[in-house]
Design a protein around this ligand. Structure first.
Ligand SMILES: [Zn+2]
Length: 201
C-alpha cells in the first residue's frame, strides 16, 4: 500500500523555477504562443534572456504506423558572438507520454475502463486498440511506481475520494485523477499540462 497525501504549490505552466525546464504544451496553439515569445524568455539552464531559438521537432510513433510530432526542441544559441549556453531542452505535447509510445488519451480511456471492470485484460479488450496487452501491464506497473507522487500532487487540487470505495491504491489513484480533472477529455494530459510533470515515471 502506498497511500500519499500532503500539500504543495501549484505550478505555472511556463514558469522557470530554479532553472528547471518546462515540459508540456497543451496543444499547438500554446506552442505557437511560446515560440512567439522566445526572445523574452530566460533559458531554463543558464537563465540568459534573448538567445532561445527553435531547434526542431521530437518525432515518434503513437498507436498507429505513422510518425507524429511529439514535441519540440529549443536551443540556447551560443553560435557566433551570441551569449547563450549552447544547451537544448524539449517540451512535449501534453497528449504524449514521454519515453512511451502509448498516447495519453488512450491511457485515460484505459484508466476509465479499469474503474468499471477492474481487470486489465478486460479493460484492454474493451479498449479495442491495436496496442499490445503487455504494454498496458507495463503502464500499470509504472502507475504503481508513480501513484504516491500522483496523489500528493492531486491533493493540491482536490481532496481524494474515500479510499474504502476502491479495491486498491491504484484504482483509488485513478479515481482521484478523474475527480481532479473532471470534465476534461483526457485527465492524463490535463495532469501533465497542469503540473508540468510526466504522469508516469
Ligand atoms: Zn542557456
Amino acid at each position: 500500500m502506498c497511500r500519499g497525501g500532503g500539500s504543495g504549490h501549484s505550478v505555472d505552466a511556463f514558469a522557470v523555477r530554479g532553472g528547471g525546464a518546462v515540459r508540456f504544451f497543451a496543444d499547438e496553439s500554446e506552442r505557437d504562443r511560446y515560440r512567439w515569445s522566445l526572445k523574452e524568455r530566460p533559458c531554463p539552464a543558464c537563465l540568459a534572456v534573448g538567445f532561445l531559438i527553435c531547434h526542431g521537432h521530437l518525432w515518434g510513433y503513437g498507436d498507429g504506423p505513422l510518425r507524429k510530432i511529439r514535441g519540440y526542441r529549443f536551443f540556447c544559441n551560443n553560435r557566433g558572438r551570441r551569449g547563450g549556453c549552447g544547451r537544448t531542452y524539449s517540451i512535449h505535447l501534453a497528449r504524449v507520454l514521454p519515453r512511451r509510445q502509448t498516447p495519453a488519451p488512450l491511457l485515460s480511456r484505459f484508466f476509465s475502463l479499469m474503474l468499471s471492470c477492474l481487470s486489465r485484460r478486460r479493460a484492454w479488450f474493451d479498449l479495442g486498440t491495436g496496442v499490445r496487452l503487455s504494454t498496458f501491464y507495463r503502464l500499470w506497473e509504472a502507475l504503481c511506481r508513480s501513484a504516491m507522487e500522483i496523489r500528493r500532487r492531486l491533493t493540491q487540487l482536490v481532496a481524494p475520494p474515500a479510499p474504502d470505495l476502491y479495491t486498491d491504491d491504484l484504482h483509488w489513484t485513478i479515481a482521484h485523477l478523474e475527480r481532479a480533472f473532471d470534465g476534461q477529455d483526457c485527465p492524463v494530459s490535463a495532469y501533465q499540462r497542469h503540473f508540468q510533470r510526466p504522469l508516469l515515471v
